[in-house]
Design a protein. Structure first.
Ligand code: MLT
Length: 271
């Protein structure tokens, strides 16, 4: 595997990426793009970057406002993030990808399908949903954004962390718990606050589900309370070409909590 990290300079901001090229060159033609959840960064995919790049080219980026990318600007939408990703692919001269997004990354995935579907040769939705927020969730996001602004990232980490993991993984303090704790503490407030606003304003994708024909994999965690498995199964059932899997013992962060099960499902999907 060869690894390249770098920064793409777009019009008014820079985007960090980590790109790994497959060891088995003949299989490496299918590029897998990994888009992180909120309020995380590309390092949440470390087990996927390491393992899946044995056979496939893998690219992970930090979205604006997160990790090593520039700040997220007020008013940036989930659709803008999808456009930003398309520009990154242009710069890296990657025509088509299998787009894999977790949670907020999945919200961006729906927009990527809507706006750039000719660039997709597959979709993977992990621990996410198609529905937009209802009024209660939207209000809660705005309250959370204000509280984050007042109390800072340590408060964000403390309030979010237990909800992200299956209870057992959290209480056993699997290594990913401390890594994610640190990531959230390091995330900048602009990512947290404007990210919440972008998610609150996102479009509903449920109406699009029966139009999505590209091969799709939907991955749920049996213990996920943020995006429960039964809702994800119903979502998968509405797409013509979708396969659903539920990973036992995983919460909202299935790629980190059960990386072997997650990676084997992705490898099977990639073929
Ligand atoms: C995420 O993991 O990206 C978040 O749970 C998404 C959300 O807040 O809806």
């Amino acid at each position: 595997m060869t690894e390249t990290t770098g920064t793409i300079h777009l019009d008014d901001h820079r985007v960090f990426y980590d790109r790994r090229f497959a060891v088995e060159k003949d299989k490496g033609e299918k590029d897998l793009l990994l888009i992180h959840g909120f309020p995380l960064d590309h390092k949440m995919w470390i087990k996927q970057l390491d393992d899946l790049s044995q056979t496939h080219n893998v690219l992970a980026i930090d979205l604006p406002g997160f990790g090593q990318s520039d700040d997220l600007k007020h008013g940036t939408s989930i659709a803008d993030m999808a456009d930003c990703i398309a520009k990154v692919l242009d710069e890296l001269k990657i025509e088509q990808v299998v787009f894999c997004g977790l949670s907020m990354g999945g919200y961006i995935g729906w927009q990527f399908w809507k706006r750039h579907r000719n660039r997709l040769n597959g979709l993977i939705f992990a621990n996410t949903k198609a529905a937009a927020d209802d009024e209660t969730t939207r209000r809660a996001r705005l309250i959370n954004a204000q509280a984050a602004d007042r109390n800072g990232q340590d408060w964000v980490a403390e309030s979010m962390l237990p909800k992200l993991f299956a209870e057992e993984n959290f209480s056993n303090r699997i290594p990913a718990v401390d890594r994610i704790d640190q990531t959230i503490r390091n995330t900048r407030l602009n990512g947290t606050v404007y990210g919440q606003l972008a998610m609150a304003a996102r479009e509903d994708a449920t109406e699009w589900l029966d139009q999505i024909e590209v091969p799709t994999l939907v991955v749920a965690g049996s213990e996920d309370t943020i995006t429960p498995a039964d809702g994800m199964k119903a979502m998968s059932d509405q797409m013509a070409n979708s396969t659903f899997i539920e990973i036992q013992g995983a919460g909202h962060l299935s790629p980190l909590e059960k990386p072997e099960a997650f990676n084997s499902a992705v490898l099977k999907f990639l073929g």
